[in-house]
Design a protein around this ligand. Structure first.
Ligand code: KDG
Ligand code: MG
Length: 402
């Protein structure tokens, strides 16, 4: 079964997506997500110029060999652009393999380890009363796990809080928005948010919180300690994780579970974190971490070190990534939770999917392959628009992680 066509589709049904579509001489097709928020065209160009020409004529059944060919063959290893491009190829090849076998990909990965996939929703508000209202809506919709994000008094805007509460989208069209940040104001305020949610809703619902890479290790350690009485499911991306050893400091001081990794593309970026058991959840995604083939290896390393999988599932990961993630989530033994931010109706129009939300969980219908596709005619109605993630400065103007 040879690949006869490889093309990149860039579209913007509500937000930008980059999708790879492979076609084989048997007529089977496969899709992969290559979206990198705010840098979309870099991956599209990498695929178009440096990957698609190498795919045509290759045997579509050789998934691992193609992965190694693109990874080792580039000489320039890793990095978010290259790994996202490889991820898209890998997803598309698993999609084709599933269709050729007449099986959902999770069956090819060993079959279901569970009946359905626990997800968390993203409740946010400018103020504590608004947060409480939105946590209540998620709980009312059946969610068993909710991530809680609140505006910080004295800071004009922050990660995770938006005017459209159902569809959180941080990217801004045309140019990056400049936000202001103060770790001091944040640390003084955020424990009272989580406390208020526990007071109102008790301990039956899992609560999560995303720091979005903004603290230093000792600050994160203090926060984790202060949040212990409220029993978080996880504290996410407490510090930037380029320096994996930074987590030793956090771990030494707190028993709050730690999740990290939505920007980390390879198993080597996780090695110290996993092997030293410095974290509890790996948070990368099929799309960021080289596709199903590579994420599976990260999950296996995590499994033997008591670390579970909690994949990133923000709106910039297309329904193709969500379907691929669900196939992995259903199959691996050490699944923890899946982030679920619903896409807009326009996005779902472009990406027909076979997964659905019910009672705090997602599940796949069991279609052969990934269980998702792209409607190219619909995609053509939504042309690409340049968009950027915000940037962050401290109150004195110093650049800070967003
Ligand atoms: O593109 C960036 C978003 O995916 C990110 O800001 C969302 O942190 C995020 C999350 O946990 O969903
Ligand atoms: Mg996050």
């Amino acid at each position: 079964m040879k690949i006869v066509d490889a093309r990149v589709i860039v579209c913007s049904p509500g937000r930008n997506f980059v999708t790879l579509r492979l076609e084989t001489d048997t007529g089977l097709t496969g899709v992969g997500d290559a979206t990198m928020n705010g840098r979309e065209l870099a991956v599209a160009a990498y695929l178009e110029h440096h990957v698609c020409p190498l795919l045509v004529g290759r045997d579509a059944s050789r998934i691992e060999d193609t992965w190694q060919y693109l990874y080792k063959g580039a000489y320039w290893r890793g990095g978010p652009v290259g790994m996202t491009a490889i991820a898209a190829v890998d997803m598309a090849l698993w999609d084709i393999k599933g269709k050729a076998a007449g099986m959902p990909v999770y069956d090819l990965l060993g079959g279901r380890s569970r009946d359905r996939v626990l997800v968390y929703g993203h409740a946010n508000g400018e103020t504590i009363p608004e947060v409480l209202e939105w946590v209540g809506r998620y709980v009312g919709d059946g969610y068993r796990a909710v991530r809680v994000q609140c505006g910080i008094p004295g800071i004009a805007s922050t990660y995770g809080v938006s005017s459209d509460k159902r569809y959180y989208e941080p990217a801004d069209v045309d140019a990056p928005t400049e936000n202001t940040w103060s770790s001091e104001r944040y640390l003084d305020f955020v424990p009272s948010v989580i406390e208020a949610v526990r007071d109102e809703y008790g301990f039956d619902v899992h609560l999560l919180h995303d720091v979005h890479h903004r603290l230093r290790p000792i600050e994160a350690a203090q926060l984790g300690k202060r949040l212990e009485p409220f029993r978080l499911f996880w504290l996410e991306d407490a510090i930037p994780a380029e320096l994996q050893e930074g987590f030793r400091i956090i771990r030494r001081h707190t028993t709050t579970p730690l999740a990290v990794g939505e920007v980390l593309p390879t198993i080597w970026d996780f090695r110290t974190l996993i092997v030293e058991q410095l974290i509890d959840y790996v948070r990368t995604s099929v799309q960021r971490a080289g596709g199903i083939s590579h994420l599976r290896k990260i999950a296996a390393l995590a499994e033997v070190h008591h670390v579970r999988l909690g994949c990133h599932g923000a709106t910039d990961l297309s329904p193709v990534t969500m379907a691929a993630a669900l196939n992995v989530d259903l199959a691996v033994p050490n699944f923890g939770i899946q982030e679920f931010m619903p896409h807009t109706d326009e996005t779902y129009e472009v990406f027909p999917r076979s997964y659905d939300y019910r009672d705090g969980h997602l599940d796949l219908a069991g279609e052969p392959g990934l269980g998702v596709d792209i409607d190219e005619e619909a995609a053509a109605r939504y042309p690409y628009r340049p968009a950027y993630l915000p940037v962050n400065r401290l109150e004195d103007g110093t650049m800070h992680s967003w």
